[in-house]
Design a protein around this ligand. Structure first.
Ligand code: ADP
Length: 490
């Protein structure tokens, strides 16, 4: 099968969060099964070009219709660790992707509307006719709209779209100007409630709703979150639309790329280890302490790696730091704040705890360092308000780092409490809590720290259970292939 992913991120070249990992991992899973898989992303100036091999011009004179005129683009091609990736590089005063940042610009919706249009125009002009175009998140929600309303009439009538929502919180809200820019026009038609009109604000349109309405199949990234999105406020207002399209909507748990995230092969680790050589994990714990000047003692290290966004339970993360220290544990955080207010909140935490020999707060994005933290920690907290899937707990499991998570979304689908889970003893792999407050978090952290000190043998069993579980792309790869097959033959 011929599959093209169109997305705003791809690890490790353009990575903000889990979306990037999914593009990287899922595309490879299908490629090694013999499918023809390509990826289209914007050519950002802030990409990690050191991970692109053989960058060359693939299409030098692509004119993309835009408002009344058109914008000239170069399309580049390169391999990203074996994946075939095309990079869209527009030349205009808008400088859509030369902003020294991936997201957070005032015209983000315009930037990605252009990207959708350019990706389709590129496929059209270069004769690419994939069986399935797989779009991701609000940034590519307009692609299936443009395909159905415009491009199918130009010879792309056979292409099917699978649309995956990685996060319902960001939906891409826009107005008439984007309809004019993309050539969709017909304001009244798109402002219909069954089309793109936002379900809660009749004055605006919604990219993600467009993706849901127009795609042949829609997924989100865990079964539990598929349910939450339809039946709880976690759909962020799209529950009604999802219910209307429930026949083509489901949840597929994300996988983790086990070539990248594998403690036996991981080139970033000072000492590689596996389930049979678990003691070697503690060389990484030593290295992590060396890196951050932490005191060497028998204390466990509890860590957090991830974006710092309201979604992630910021107050609980701060509380976890204080609570860990008060309970005789060390605490390490690597986090990328999503805005200045959050940056200041964690800079304050760093000031409060930074002098402690048991704590380190690192603000920023650092892929290499994250590997050391996953491997060198004993436990990892993920106290999210909502979590569509969550990859950090899956990576932690793989590295024998026991997750302590709030039981929502994909976290509930993947972490089974040592004491309370319905799962088999051999499937229990961490600690969970339900209540979104300090007491909830403390109950789980307390049990984890106590087990570490009082029953180290039992703690090890938990580590091994996690390392043994299979959260590779193997199963999800098959689920997505079944969906592609289904929509192809419809
Ligand atoms: P989300 O998609 O909401 O950001 P996930 O848990 O699904 O959360 O995926 C996060 C991914 O991004 C993981 O691979 C995690 O290691 C990585 N990541 C997030 N923040 C950072 C950071 N500051 N430095 C390094 N890696 C990070």
């Amino acid at each position: 099968m011929y599959i093209v992913h169109v997305a705003s991120e791809c690890a490790p070249v353009a990575k903000v969060g889990g979306l990037a990992d999914v593009i990287f991992g899922l595309s490879w899973e299908h490629a090694i099964r013999g499918h023809d898989v390509e990826i289209i992303v914007p050519k950002y100036d802030c990409m990690r070009y050191d991970h692109v091999w053989g960058m060359s011009v693939s299409h030098s004179d692509l004119w993309v219709p835009w408002f009344g005129g058109s914008i000239n683009c170069t399309v580049w091609f390169g391999f990203v660790h074996g994946r075939k990736v095309f990079f869209i590089d527009p030349h205009s005063n808008d400088n859509f992707f030369n902003r020294r940042t991936f997201y957070g610009c005032h015209d983000d919706v315009m930037r990605y509307a252009f990207f959708c249009k350019a990706a389709l125009e590129f496929m059209l002009k270069s004769g690419k006719r994939p069986d399935v175009i797989h779009c991701h998140d609000w940034q590519t929600g307009l692609l299936p709209v443009l395909l159905a309303e415009v491009y199918q009439h130009h010879g792309m009538g056979a292409q099917r779209v699978c649309y995956t929502v990685h996060n319902f919180k960001h939906q891409g809200i826009f107005g008439r100007d984007i309809l004019d820019a993309t050539g969709l026009g017909r304001h009244d038609y798109y402002f219909s409630p069954t089309q793109l009109r936002d379900d809660h604000n009749a004055a605006v349109l919604n990219c993600m709703k467009g993706g849901i309405v127009y795609s042949n199949f829609v997924t989100t990234v865990s079964p539990k979150h598929a349910w939450e999105a339809r039946h709880t406020p976690q759909g962020h207002g799209l529950g009604g639309t999802l219910n209307a399209h429930q026949g083509k909507f489901g949840g597929i748990l994300n996988g983790v790329d086990y070539n990248t995230w594998n403690p036996e092969l991981d080139g970033f680790l000072p000492c590689r280890y596996g389930i049979e050589t678990l003691d070697d994990k503690y060389h990484n714990k030593d290295a992590l302490r060396d890196r951050f000047w932490l005191y060497k003692s028998d204390k466990p290290i509890i860590s957090y790696v991830g974006r710092l966004d309201d979604q992630k339970g910021l107050d609980l993360i701060c509380h976890a730091a204080h609570y860990a220290l008060s309970k005789g544990a060390q605490f390490v955080l690597l986090g990328s704040p999503s805005n200045n207010v959050i940056y200041n909140q964690f800079a304050h935490l760093r000031n409060q705890l930074g002098q402690s020999v048991d704590c380190h707060i690192e603000l920023g994005f650092n892929e290499e360092l994250s590997h050391l933290i996953y491997s060198g920690s004993d436990m990892m907290i993920v106290p999210s308000v909502f979590e569509p899937c969550g990859l950090s707990q899956l990576i932690a499991l793989r590295y024998g780092t026991v997750p302590i998570v709030r039981s929502v979304g994909g976290l509930a689908d993947t972490v089974f409490d040592k004491d309370h889970a319905h799962a088999d003893l051999s499937a229990r792999n961490g600690f969970t809590f339900n209540d979104l407050n300090n007491q909830g978090l403390e109950s789980a952290m307390n049990r984890a720290i106590s087990l570490y000190y009082d029953y180290p043998g039992h703690f090890r069993i938990l580590m091994a259970n996690g390392m043994r579980s299979d959260y590779s792309w193997n199963h999800p790869g098959t689920h997505y292939m079944n969906i592609y097959d289904l929509i192809r033959h419809k």
